[in-house]
Design a protein around this ligand. Structure first.
Ligand SMILES: [Zn+2]
Length: 249
């Protein structure tokens, strides 16, 4: 069985490490986007809650003013009733009854107003609590999503931290010209310098059909071959896996 040359295995491994680092950067970008979006959504809720809290404060203020007015009405009524004992004539009695009626009416109107204010306060509190609950649920959901992403990043970072040394080893073991070519292609091709071949003889990156002799050389795994279309280094990943499996036996 043919085995792939060691530098091909190194190239595939170097590509894997490059992909892993790219993935880490992508995850970090997604996380910061998510955090910004979550902050914005929560700030919107907080603004709404602040407005509702203000309405509650306002309602409470109106209610305490109304209590004050009611206490005043009761005092006025009490004084009117006290005058009953000093009434001297029918005319005075009629006038006093009129006064009492008016005062009772004022007291009753104020009581009604108080009831309405209290109902309003209840409503404002219910609306606040509803939004507060929604806000807390959203905050939980945001935290959960961020934690998931952070966990993913931590795993990728742990992997990456261990792999910096590996990447350096891989790079040093490569021929300088080949490494320079790898870096040049990676830079031009969004980090992907190495491509696999498809079983039916095409480049897995750009899908162009490979000349049979090139395909055969790649499957022999002894030379560095390039895609004539996308310029990537073409390697049979299957062959690399088989070689590694053999080495591990
Ligand atoms: Zn290609």
């Amino acid at each position: 069985m043919t085995q792939s040359a060691p530098f091909l295995i190194t190239l595939v491994e170097l590509q894997r490490q490059t992909d892993a680092l790219k993935q880490l950067h992508e995850s970090q970008r997604v996380l910061s986007e998510l955090q910004a979006k979550n902050r914005e959504a929560l700030a919107f809720f907080d603004q709404m809650l602040a407005a509702k809290a203000e309405r509650i404060d306002e309602a409470q203020l109106f209610i305490s003013e109304k209590h004050q007015e009611i206490a005043e009405s009761e005092e006025v009524l009490r004084r009117s009733r006290a005058k009953m004992n000093t009434v001297q004539s029918q005319r005075e009695l009629t006038a006093l009854n009129k006064e009492l009626d008016a005062n009772r009416k004022t007291a009753s109107i104020r009581s009604e107003e108080l009831k309405k204010l209290e109902a309003g306060l209840e409503e404002a509190r219910a609306a606040y609590n509803q939004r507060k609950q929604e806000r807390d649920e959203l905050a939980d959901e945001c935290a959960k999503l961020e934690a998931e992403k952070q966990k993913e990043i931590a795993e990728q970072e742990a992997q990456g931290a261990a792999n910096t040394a590996l990447v350096e080893r891989l790079r040093q073991s490569l021929d300088k010209a080949l490494l320079a070519r790898f870096d040049r292609i990676a830079k031009a091709r969004d980090g992907q310098a190495v491509a696999n071949i498809n079983p039916h003889g095409t480049c897995s990156a750009c899908n162009i059909a490979l000349p049979p002799q090139v395909f055969n050389r790649i499957q022999a795994g002894e030379t560095v071959e390039y895609c004539s279309n996308c310029q990537r280094i073409l390697i049979s990943f299957d062959l690399v896996e088989q070689t590694k499996a053999l080495e591990n036996q």
